[in-house]
Design a protein around this ligand. Structure first.
Ligand SMILES: *[C@@H]1O[C@H](CO)[C@@H](O)[C@H](O)[C@H]1NC(C)=O
Ligand SMILES: *[C@@H]1O[C@H](CO)[C@@H](O)[C@H](O)[C@H]1NC(C)=O
Length: 216
């Protein structure tokens, strides 16, 4: 337990996604935040009690950039630069502030445990703001696999259904099926997390080892 890395999450993404695919408003979803952050706290507390000494807690993704939610969205409150739905990204940032406040309390209460934060929001938002910089295509909000439309997402023609097809090169896309990220996007996020939390570890690897995991 003491020599292992525990990755706790991602917890809460589905609570928001499923709510927004129904009729829940952003205002109603704000009331979920303390409950979801409380659930993360209880999981982190349990693994620490079981002997964990290094725990990595992922934050909320930029919900407003999810193709599924973009395809369902009726509003026009989109960020002009990214095209993402602003109130949903504001909610994700609210969640992350509450999560980080809770993590600060847990660090004070558990000084012998490294409680690390994975900034999924920052890593994905960076990819969406500058896709070319990281080898992704220019339209980062459309899914690789699924129905047609601006975001390649259609709930009744989900990736794998008759008539749908995957893009030629998933590594150029942020979203695989409108709900889940591609391996290329996850690699970018993992690399950003390593750089933020453990730059010395990354520096200690050979260029070849870094290239192999796409973290150059
Ligand atoms: C959303 O609201 C409509 C109209 O009130 C209702 O027919 C529908 O069942 C609701 N959907 C969900 C998932 O709750
Ligand atoms: C979604 O897919 C269904 C089934 O293929 C199709 O009937 C419908 O027109 C599509 N909707 C949009 C908005 O493309």
């Amino acid at each position: 337990m003491a020599s292992s890395l525990f990755i706790v999450g991602e917890i809460g993404v589905n609570d928001y996604l499923v709510a927004f695919a129904g009729n829940t408003t952003v205002e109603e979803a704000r009331a979920f935040v303390p409950h979801i952050v409380g659930a993360v706290r209880s999981v982190v507390t349990e693994v620490i009690a079981a002997g964990a000494r290094t725990v990595l807690v992922p934050g909320m993704i930029p919900l407003g950039c999810e193709p599924q939610l973009l395809a369902l969205d009726q509003s026009s409150d989109h960020d002009p630069a990214s095209g993402c739905i602003k109130p949903l990204n504001d909610l994700a940032e609210l969640h992350n502030r509450a999560l980080n406040g809770m993590l600060r309390e847990l660090r004070r209460a558990n000084p012998r445990t490294a409680i690390l934060y994975a900034d999924l929001y920052g890593a994905v938002a960076d990819l969406i703001a500058s896709p070319r910089k990281y080898g992704f295509r220019d339209k980062p909000l459309a899914a690789c696999c699924g129905g047609s439309g601006a975001y390649n997402f259609n709930m009744t023609a989900f990736c794998g259904a008759a008539g749908t097809a995957a893009c030629a090169d998933p590594s150029e896309y942020v979203s695989w099926d409108g709900v889940h990220f591609t391996e290329a996007a996850n690699r970018h996020t993992a690399c950003a997390t390593l750089k933020a939390n453990s730059p010395a570890l990354l520096d200690s690897w050979t260029a070849e080892a870094r290239r192999r995991i796409g973290c150059t």
